[in-house]
Design a protein around this ligand. Structure first.
Ligand code: SME
Length: 160
């Protein structure tokens, strides 16, 4: 199947799941399951969410699919995850071995994307995806992952 067709299908399925999920927590697990199952180069998919009231601010591992990671809590000044949450910007790393910020989860990981999740205009967490393939996240992947982060942000907003 052409990658653009697959991405369109997955995007439509995300829209359906966003409407059907009873809670934001259910939706986050469902997004992880779907992306991991359907996007063949997405080998670890998970959410990190800002811990309410933590000082210094801290990201905590939430829903995920893939091998357990040693990084269950990440301060905002560490890792690609910390950089994405503190800047509020999507970060794509084509070769993690060349990025000094990278915190290793698995020796197999070659590339990574981290997309912030916004709730009422503020960063509330992020969607993090690792791939065993170099440069796995092109422009279409970036748009898909940003869409997933956006629907989760909207669901979180509604549950506030
Ligand atoms: N690689 C991330 C850490 C999280 S694991 O990928 C699951 C980072 O550099 O922040």
């Amino acid at each position: 199947m052409h990658v653009a067709t697959r991405i369109d299908e997955v995007r439509n399925e995300i829209t359906a799941r966003a409407q059907g999920a009873p809670t934001a927590k259910d939706l986050m697990q469902s997004v992880c399951d779907l992306l991991h199952e359907r996007m063949l180069k997405y080998n670890w998919v998970g959410f990190y969410m800002l811990e309410p009231g933590a000082q210094p601010p801290m990201l905590a591992l939430g829903a995920f699919v893939g091998a357990m990671t040693p990084h269950t809590r990440i301060p905002l000044n560490q890792g690609i995850c910390g950089a994405a949450a503190s800047s509020g910007k999507t970060i794509v790393v084509d070769d993690v071995s060349k990025d000094i910020r990278y915190l290793a989860c698995s020796l197999e990981t070659k590339s990574e994307i981290v997309v912030p999740v916004f709730v009422a205009g503020e960063v509330a967490g992020e969607l993090d995806i690792d791939s065993h393939f170099s440069a796995a996240f092109g422009a279409e992947d970036q748009a898909l992952v940003q869409y997933c982060a956006q629907v989760v942000g909207k669901k979180l907003e509604k549950s506030q």
